[in-house]
Design a protein around this ligand. Structure first.
Ligand code: SF4
Length: 237
């Protein structure tokens, strides 16, 4: 009788072990789950061409997409080319975007990058990471969003949501955003990157918020980590 009880305990422990997914299985599970929740996904920032997309992404740093859309919907009806912003000048751009955080710095970047686009790129947004990242106010994250949403090039922009979720799902150590990007690109097929980037952001905003959950409540973590008992503390981006 005692032996049978021991045997059962051992079997339970084993089956728990088997339930634990490895990194690749977790990635597949995340992909399938997000595809079910968000089969079609909309780009959250509104724009009317690649140039205005670039401006919107630049404006969205430390600011919500809703706020950016509210401000830009009045701007883009009239101003939507680099020439328009150069003509406006810095002070007028500041006035137009003053409801957005760090608007003076952003106005300066918009004005200067518009001039560079006219002088060096025939008024067009360049199609390479290298050239984009040389523009004022444009870092790797902004360039990645423009490359994927503007030109359809596979990219994986890592924002604060993606950095946090990748850690909670055990897909990255969260050492830094560069590492998170490498890890996610290694784990997910290239053709999924652009959609997945948006799906993770939506899931992070809707369910997996920074202070609302620590890896213990919803289906993703409870399936990937059935034995998880302690909250997961994530590193910031
Ligand atoms: S359990 Fe919490 S941390 Fe894990 S995916 Fe769900 S909401 Fe996010």
């Amino acid at each position: 009788m005692v032996n049978k009880k021991k045997e059962r305990t051992l079997l339970n422990a084993r089956s728990n072990e088997f339930q634990i997914m490895n990194e690749v299985q977790r990635a597949k599970f995340v992909l399938t789950t997000l595809d079910k929740i968000y089969p079609n996904i909309k780009v959250p920032l509104k724009s009317r061409n690649v140039f205005t997309l670039l401006i919107s992404v630049l404006l969205s740093a430390q600011c919500t997409d809703v706020n950016v859309n509210n401000v830009t919907k009045k701007i883009y009806t009239k101003y939507y080319k680099p020439e328009h912003f150069v003509k406006l000048g810095r002070k007028k751009i500041e006035k137009l975007i003053k409801k957005i955080g760090i608007f003076r710095i952003k106005a300066k970047s918009i004005y200067n990058l518009s001039k560079i686009l006219i002088n060096n790129h025939n008024g067009k947004v360049p199609k390479t990471f290298e050239e984009l990242e040389k523009l004022p106010g444009v870092g790797h994250k902004t360039a990645s969003v423009v490359m994927s949403q503007g030109f359809g090039y596979p990219a994986f922009a890592i924002d604060t949501h993606i950095h946090r979720l990748a850690q909670r799902w055990g897909l990255s150590s969260g050492k830094n955003v560069v590492q998170t990007e490498k890890d996610l690109k290694r784990l997910f097929p290239k053709k999924k990157w652009n959609k997945l980037h948006l799906q993770i952001i939506y899931y992070g905003r809707e369910y997996c918020k920074a202070r609302d959950c620590y890896g213990l409540t919803c289906k993703i973590c409870s399936s990937c980590y059935p034995n998880r008992k302690k909250p997961v503390i994530t590193l910031k981006a």
